[in-house]
Design a protein around this ligand. Structure first.
Ligand code: FCB
Length: 429
């Protein structure tokens, strides 16, 4: 039994920006909700990475999930930047010296420019481009065991290929389905590459899961929409990683059904990113079939992302994730708030659910809070504050929040419960 992974998650672009990629272009085109905002150097992590990583042992973390920035590693197609790879190797070694297990994400939303210019995820070659990235990064990091190939592929294709809110800004169900198929093929190929190149490789996808509810509990149409949302957003990927078959249908938009034989057995765990619950409301047959809302059903207020705080939903999505029959890593869970007492309550309540699941022997192998630091939040810019450490964007100074101490003490309790479970050898999948 591996030790329970207790850590925090970040992504490269959100803490250190990038010289140029598809997201910097998106910002330049004024496509963020936060007008005029540019990520730039984000939190200045590129210069401060050693000091930032040295914070990890101070919060009782034994693991750290972070991503590589593809546009830095392979700025031109087929041309890999050795200095960028060397920096990643130093980073992983530094983590190892700190006693921190690195969990490396290969794809966390951003791409080099060439990737989109050459056709992006709709192009069949994208699978090869991605597995070649896995080969090169894998070779530079021979001692890294834990890998996340894709961060939130469903969110990414819904936003980037169907809704057009994020790069590449496509709005087509057929394009979204094609992109999803290639992403999943890319996952399978990258996983095979990584598994071949090291003993005990652990490779998975980080899957964003939401709790779904009918907006009007007495409306059968709202209920059916909520079920469709759950199937499309949560369930389809859970089933695909287990069976190789992806059945994906979006009410009013289309339906895709494909099988990828190599997907079966490619994942050694399923990552779950959980933040909130959404309420779905049926609108009509003309135009979009429905709308979704975050409702403040418990009178606790919404987070600074406008999301509901709903720990019970964490329990529900975990149970659904267990249906994959894979071990689970909670690869993200967190809250944006300017009130750290609210963050503490959020952490406490979600860890209670986690603890309960561990006590009943659930196959959960780790938990990552989003995020170590305040960071650049995609469409929203720097306003939402997710960090256990506050970032002063004028000076790039870091200030520890009380939630960092709470995180450290929760880690001790959960790790000992997880250990107790391991010695009993139970399994409640
Ligand atoms: C997740 C993303 C992560 C961060 C959090 C708040 O969906 O994976 O990068 O933006 O939301």
């Amino acid at each position: 039994m591996n030790r329970f992974l207790w850590g925090v998650a970040t992504s490269a672009y959100q803490i250190e920006g990038a010289a140029e990629n598809d997201w910097t272009d998106w910002e330049a085109r004024g496509r963020l909700k936060a007008p005029g905002v540019r990520c730039g150097p984000a939190t200045g992590h590129r210069e401060r990475w050693r000091a930032d990583l040295a914070l990890l042992p101070t919060i009782g973390a034994n693991a750290y999930r972070y991503s590589i920035e593809w546009s830095r590693i392979e700025p031109k197609r087929g041309e890999f930047d050795e200095a960028a790879l060397e920096l990643e190797s130093q980073r992983a070694e530094y983590l190892a010296r700190l006693g921190i297990e690195p969990v490396v994400t290969l794809h966390h939303y951003t791409h080099p420019r060439w990737f989109l210019e050459d056709g992006g995820w709709e192009h069949p070659q994208s699978v090869r481009w991605f597995s070649r990235l896995a080969e090169r990064v894998g070779a530079a990091l021979p001692n890294v065991r834990f890998w996340v190939t894709l961060n939130e592929p469903i969110v990414f294709v819904l936003g980037g290929y169907l809704g057009g809110m994020i790069p590449p800004g496509r709005k087509s169900f057929a394009a979204a389905a094609k992109a999803l198929e290639h992403l999943l093929r890319g996952h399978a190929e990258a996983a095979a590459v990584l598994a071949r190149s090291r003993a005990g490789a652990r490779v998975g996808i980080a899957h964003n899961m939401l709790d779904f509810a009918a907006d009007r509990a007495d409306s059968s149409l709202d209920r059916r929409l909520a079920e469709a949302g759950e199937a499309l957003y949560n369930r389809a990927l859970v089933e695909a990683v287990a069976t190789g078959r992806m059945t994906w249908s979006f009410p009013g938009e289309g339906r895709a059904d494909f099988r990828i034989a190599d997907l079966v057995g490619a994942s050694s765990y399923l990552g779950v990113n959980y933040y909130s619950r959404v309420h779905l409301r049926f609108r009509g047959l003309l135009g979009p079939v429905g709308e979704f809302f975050y409702r403040d059903r418990h009178g606790r207020g919404l987070t600074d992302m406008g999301w509901e705080i709903h720990p019970a939903g964490f329990d529900r999505v975990l149970k659904l994730a267990f249906q994959s029959k894979l071990p689970i890593l909670v690869t993200e869970n967190g809250i944006a708030t300017s009130d750290d007492r609210v963050r503490c309550a959020f952490l406490h309540e979600h860890c209670l659910i986690l603890n309960h699941q561990l006590a009943r022997g659930a196959p959960i192998e780790g938990y990552f809070y989003w995020s170590l630091l305040d960071n650049f939040e995609w469409l929203e810019g720097f306003r939402p504050r997710f960090g256990l450490f506050e970032v002063d964007y004028a000076t790039f100074a870091r200030r520890r929040r009380p939630s960092a101490d709470l995180f450290a003490s929760l880690g001790k309790t959960l790790a000992s419960n997880a250990q107790g479970r391991a010695s009993q050898g139970s399994d409640a999948r």
